[in-house]
Design a protein around this ligand. Structure first.
Ligand code: ATP
Length: 860
C-alpha cells in the first residue's frame, strides 16, 4: 500500500467539476506525462556502427583493404559501395520498423476516465495529471496514485504491485495506487502522483523495456549462423581450389570473401523485423491492434479460437421478449431499449388484473438493477434509447417501462436501496435490500434459474419449482437468456444481503433475446475453412449456449454438439476439456483450464474476453483478444490483440495477415538462399566446365546488391496467397525450412545454377563475352525466381516487387553498357544473342520457381 505522496496536489481540485482543460495542460507542463519515460531513441551513429559490426561486413571491409593493397581499384570501389548500400538499407529498415512499432504502441496505449470541465472524458492515461478527478469502474486500471473521495462497494486488485491476489476493499479517504485494478464497484479519486513519481511508475521503471526477439527471429538467427559457417567453409574450398589451379592468392581471397558476403542473406533479420512491423501496421489498419510484435507471427498458427458469447457471437442488444409468472405468461412487444411496447397474451393486451404479477416481477427486476437507460439525443436521427451499464439489466428496465412500472428515479425514491450482494459469476445471482415506505424491508433477487430455483432460497411448492424449471429449460432451448426473479417483504433486521436470500417468493422468469450476429456464421465458417476450431465458452445456461452455438455454426445440431458445463467439469476434474466445443456456466478459472488443456495438446489458442475476470485467461492464451470498445481496460491491457471494431471477423483477418507475413518471410528466405547457393555452385562448378573464374568479385557483389536489396524488401509487401485461409494452420514448432521446403530450395538453387552455367558455356561456344553473359544470366535467373515465387502472379497489390525487378534488370543492363560501370565491373556488352541467353535463363528459372512454388506456400 502506498501512502499519499508528499507533494500532494498543488494544483486546484474541484471534485464536482474536475480540472479545466487549461489546468490539466498546466499540470502536464509542470509534472510531465503520466508514463515511464521511454528510452531515448538510438542515435544514428550507433545504428550505423551496429550494422558495421556485423561479422560479414567486417570481413568485407578487410577485403576492401586487401583490394587496395593489391591495387585492385574497381573491386575496392564496388566493395565500398556494397558496404554503404547494405548499411543504409539496414539502418533504414530498422528505423522504419521502430517507427511502426512506436505508432502501434501509441494506438493501444491505456486510457482513463477523468472529469474535465465538469464532464467525464476518456483520455490517454499519459495525460492524467495530479489533481485530476479519476472516475473508477469495474475493469478500470487506476491511472495514477490517488485518494478516494467516493467509493461504493469498491474492491481492488493490487496484485500488479504487491503480488497479493486477494482483492482489497477500499473506502473513502484511502489511497489507491496507479496500476491497481478495480474488480468491482465504483469510485471517484483525486490523482496525487503520476508518471515516475507514482507507485506503478516506480515499478515499471525497473522493468526491462527492451524488445525480446520473437521465436521466429531467434530461429532465423540460429539458421543464419549455420548458413554463415557452411558458406564460409564452401568459400574456403573455392579459395583453396583456386590456389591449386594457380590463380593469384589476392584475387582469390577477394573473390571468395565477396562470394561469402553475397551468398549469406545478411539482410534477413532486418527483413523479418520489418515484415513483422509492417504486418502489425496492416493489421491495425484493418481493426486489429497488435500489442506485442511476436503476436503477428503467432497469429498465423492459431488453431483454436475460443470465443465468448454475448456481444461476440450475439449482437449484445438485449430485449425481454417473454415473461413467465406462476399465474400465467406474457409476451412483451417492442424492440431496442425504448419504453414502447405492450404486454400481450395470445396476441391481446393483458387486463390490469392479468398484468399485475408481471408488473410485480418486472418491478423487482428493475430494483435489483444497476443499469440505466439513456433517452435518444435530439441530434440522433435513429431516436434510439441506449443502455448504460449492463445491457441485460438495461433490458429489464426497458421491459419494466413497457409495463408502466415507475421509472428508475421514482423507484429509488420509493424503495431506497440500503444493502446489496452484487452479481457474482460464481453465485450467478444478485440481491438488493430496500427500505419500504411502511418501514419494512423489500428483498429483491434475480439470477440464473438454477441458482434461484432452489428450495434453500425460495419458499415454494416442489410442484411450482418443477414447473418453473421446465419452463426455464424450454425458454433456454429457444436461445433465450433466462433469469429467475424472487422477492419478499420482511421486518427490518440487521442482516447482510446474502443472509436475506431465503424464504423468498418466486415472482417468475424473464426470457431475454440476444440474436446471433449475422456476421458470426460467416466468420466461424471462415475459421473452419482455415483449419481453426471454434470453441464457445460462456457463463450462460447450457441450453441457451447450445442454441446460439448451433445457430452460429460453432457446432452442428447433432450428437457432436455436446455441451460441457462448469458443474460437469467440477465433478469430473480429469475430463478432456478439448472434447467439447461448447462450454456453459463456466467460471473464469474454468476458462483458464480450457485454454491450458488446448495448449497442452499443442494447439495455438486465441481467446476473446472483455471482463475484469478474463485477464488471466487472456494472458494464458497464445493470443488474448480483447474488444477495444466494449472491453474493460484490464482486458485490453492483458490482451495481445485488441479489436478496435469489436468484430470477431477481425481476428480472422489478423490470422490471414499473420499467415501472409510468415509466407513472405519464408519466400524471401527461399529466394535469398536459393540465389546465394546458386552463386556458390556456379563459382565451384564453373572451372569444371572450362569457365576458369566464372565471375569477378565486383560482379558477384553487384548481383548481391540488385537481388537482395530492393527486391528482397519488396517481397515483404506481397499480398496473401489465395489459399492462405484455406489451408490448415502451421504447427508453431515447425521449422521455417521444414516440410520439404529446404529440399525444394536446393532444387531451385540447382536450377538457377544449371541455367546460368548453360548460358555461360553456350556463350563461350558461340564466342560471346561469356563472363558477362554468365553474370547477366545469373542475375536474371534470380529475378525470374523473385517473380516466379509470387503467390498471385499478376496481382496489382504490390507494384513495388515488379517495379524493383524491372529496376534491377535495368541496372543489370547498365552494368554492361554504361562505361563507368563497365570498367568497374569488368563487363562487356553481350549483344542480342547474349541477351536472349540471359532471358532464356530467367524464363527457365521463373518456370522452375512456379512449379516448386506450391510447396513453399501450400505446405507448412
Ligand atoms: P457470455 O459468455 O454470454 O458473455 P457471461 O460469461 O458473461 O456470458 P455471466 O455474466 O457470468 O455470463 O452470467 C452467467 C449467468 O448469470 C447468466 O446466464 C445469468 O443467468 C446470470 N446473470 C448475469 N448477469 C446477471 C445480473 N446482473 N444479475 C443477476 N444474474 C445475472
Amino acid at each position: 500500500m502506498t501512502s499519499p505522496p508528499t507533494d500532494a496536489p498543488a494544483l486546484p481540485t474541484r471534485e464536482a467539476a474536475g480540472l479545466t482543460r487549461a489546468e490539466a495542460e498546466r499540470g502536464l507542463a509542470r509534472y510531465g506525462r503520466n508514463e515511464v519515460p521511454p528510452p531515448p531513441p538510438t542515435p544514428l551513429h550507433r545504428r550505423v556502427l551496429a550494422q558495421l559490426r556485423d561479422p560479414l561486413i567486417l570481413v568485407l571491409l578487410g577485403a576492401a583493404l586487401l583490394t587496395i593493397a593489391i591495387g585492385d581499384r574497381p573491386d575496392a570501389v564496388v566493395i565500398t559501395l556494397v558496404v554503404v548500400v547494405n548499411t543504409t538499407v539496414g539502418v533504414a529498415q530498422e528505423v522504419r520498423a521502430d517507427r511502426a512499432v512506436a505508432a502501434l504502441s501509441a494506438l493501444s496505449a491505456p486510457r482513463a476516465r477523468v472529469l474535465r470541465d465538469g464532464a467525464p472524458h476518456e483520455v490517454p492515461t499519459a495525460l492524467v495529471v495530479p489533481g485530476d478527478t479519476l472516475l473508477l469502474g469495474e475493469g478500470d486500471i487506476v491511472a495514477a496514485d490517488a485518494l478516494l473521495t467516493e467509493a461504493s462497494a469498491l474492491l481492488t486488485d493490487e496484485s500488479m504491485l504487491t503480488g497479493e491476489s486477494e482483492p482489497v476493499a477500499r473506502a473513502v479517504g484511502e489511497p489507491v495506487s496507479a496500476g491497481t485494478v478495480v474488480v468491482r464497484g465504483r469510485g471517484v479519486a483525486t490523482a496525487t502522483a503520476t508518471g515516475p513519481a507514482s507507485a506503478f511508475g516506480r515499478i515499471a521503471a525497473s522493468l526491462d523495456g527492451g524488445h525480446e526477439p520473437t521465436p521466429l527471429q531467434r530461429r532465423l538467427a540460429s539458421l543464419g549462423r549455420v548458413l554463415a559457417v557452411v558458406t564460409l567453409a564452401l568459400c574456403l574450398l573455392f579459395f583453396a581450389l583456386g590456389l591449386l589451379r594457380g590463380l593469384p592468392a589476392g584475387t582469390m581471397a577477394v573473390t571468395a570473401i565477396s562470394l561469402a558476403v553475397a551468398a549469406v542473406p545478411e539482410s534477413l533479420p532486418a527483413v523479418v523485423t520489418l515484415a513483422l512491423a509492417l504486418g502489425a501496421r496492416r493489421m491495425a489498419a484493418r481493426g486489429a491492434l497488435v500489442r506485442r510484435l511476436p503476436a503477428v507471427e503467432t497469429l498465423g498458427s492459431v488453431s483454436v479460437l475460443a470465443t465468448d458469447k454475448t456481444g461476440t457471437l450475439t449482437e449484445g442488444r438485449m430485449v425481454v421478449q417473454h415473461v413467465w409468472t406462476p399465474e400465467g405468461a406474457a409476451d412483451i412487444s417492442g424492440t431496442g431499449y425504448g419504453p414502447h411496447g405492450r404486454l400481450l397474451r395470445d396476441g391481446r393486451q393483458l387486463t390490469p388484473r392479468e398484468a399485475h404479477p408481471v408488473r410485480e416481477l418486472l418491478m423487482a427486476a428493475a430494483l435489483c438493477n444497476d443499469a440505466g437507460l439513456r433517452p435518444p439525443m435530439p441530434t440522433d436521427p435513429t431516436g434510439a434509447w441506449t443502455p448504460v451499464g449492463d445491457p441485460m439489466e438495461a433490458a429489464l428496465l426497458a421491459a419494466a417501462a413497457k409495463a408502466h412500472c415507475p421509472g428508475r428515479a421514482e423507484l429509488d425514491r420509493l424503495c431506497r436501496r440500503f444493502a446489496e450482494a452484487p452479481f457474482d459469476p460464481q453465485r450467478k445471482r444478485m440481491t438488493t435490500l430496500h427500505h419500504l415506505p411502511d418501514g419494512n424491508v423489500l428483498v429483491c433477487l434475480k439470477g440464473a434459474p438454477e441458482s434461484v430455483l432452489d428450495p434453500t432460497v425460495l419458499d415454494a411448492e416442489p410442484g411450482l419449482l418443477d414447473r418453473a424449471r421446465s419452463q426455464a429449460q424450454t425458454l433456454a432451448r429457444q436461445g433465450f437468456r433466462v433469469l429467475a426473479v424472487a422477492a419478499a417483504e420482511r421486518l427490518w433486521q440487521p442482516l447482510p444481503a446474502t443472509g436475506a436470500e431465503q424464504g423468498l417468493r418466486l415472482l417468475g422468469l424473464v426470457a431475454i433475446s440476444d440474436p446471433p450476429k449475422p456476421s458470426a456464421t460467416a466468420t466461424l465458417a471462415a475459421c473452419r475453412a482455415a483449419g481453426i476450431t471454434p470453441v464457445m465458452i460462456t457463463g450462460d445456461h447450457p441450453a441457451t449456449a447450445r442454441a446460439v452455438a448451433v445457430r452460429t455454426g460453432v457446432v452442428d445440431d447433432g450428437p457432436d454438439g455436446r455441451v460441457l458445463t462448469g458443474p460437469d467439469l467440477a465433478t469430473a476434474p480429469d475430463a478432456d476439456l478439448t472434447a467439447a466445443r461448447v462450454f456453459a456456466r463456466t467460471d473464469p478459472q474454468q476458462k483458464l483450464d480450457i485454454v491450458r488443456a488446448w495448449r497442452a495438446r499443442g494447439a495455438v489458442t486465441a481467446m476473446t474476453g472483455d471482463g475484469v475476470n478474463d485477464g488471466p485467461a487472456l494472458r494464458q492464451a497464445d493470443i488474448g483478444v480483447a474488444m477495444g470498445a466494449r472491453g474493460t481496460e484490464v482486458a485490453r491491457q492483458a490482451a495481445d490483440l485488441v479489436l478496435t471494431d469489436d468484430e470477431l471477423s477481425t481476428v480472422v483477418t489478423a490470422v490471414e495477415e499473420g499467415r501472409r507475413v510468415y509466407d513472405n518471410i519464408r519466400r524471401f528466405l527461399v529466394y535469398a538462399m536459393a540465389g546465394g547457393t546458386a552463386e556458390i555452385l556456379v563459382m565451384l562448378a564453373g572451372p569444371l566446365l572450362g569457365l576458369p573464374l566464372p565471375l569477378r568479385a565486383a560482379q558477384i557483389l553487384w548481383i548481391n546488391l540488385l537481388t537482395h536489396g530492393l527486391t528482397g524488401v519488396a517481397m515483404g509487401a506481397e499480398p496473401a496467397a489465395p489459399d492462405a485461409m484455406r489451408r490448415p494452420p502451421r504447427p508453431p514448432d515447425r521449422h521455417i525450412l521444414a516440410a520439404g521446403v529446404w529440399q525444394r530450395l536446393l532444387a531451385l538453387a540447382s536450377a538457377v545454377t544449371v541455367v546460368s552455367l548453360l548460358a555461360g558455356t553456350a556463350a563461350r561456344a558461340w564466342g560471346l563475352p561469356w563472363q558477362s553473359v554468365l553474370f547477366l544470366a545469373l542475375l536474371a535467373a534470380q529475378l525470374g525466381v523473385a517473380l516466379g515465387l509470387r503467390g498471385r502472379l499478376l496481382t496489382r497489390a504490390n507494384p513495388f516487387l515488379p517495379a524493383s525487378v524491372a529496376g534491377s534488370a535495368l541496372l543489370a543492363a547498365a552494368a554492361l553498357h554504361v562505361p563507368a560501370l563497365r570498367s568497374l565491373l569488368d563487363t562487356e556488352p553481350v549483344g542480342w544473342s547474349g541477351l536472349w541467353l540471359a532471358s532464356a535463363a530467367a524464363l527457365a528459372a521463373f518456370v522452375c520457381a512456379r512449379l516448386l512454388r506450391g510447396a513453399f506456400h501450400g505446405k507448412g
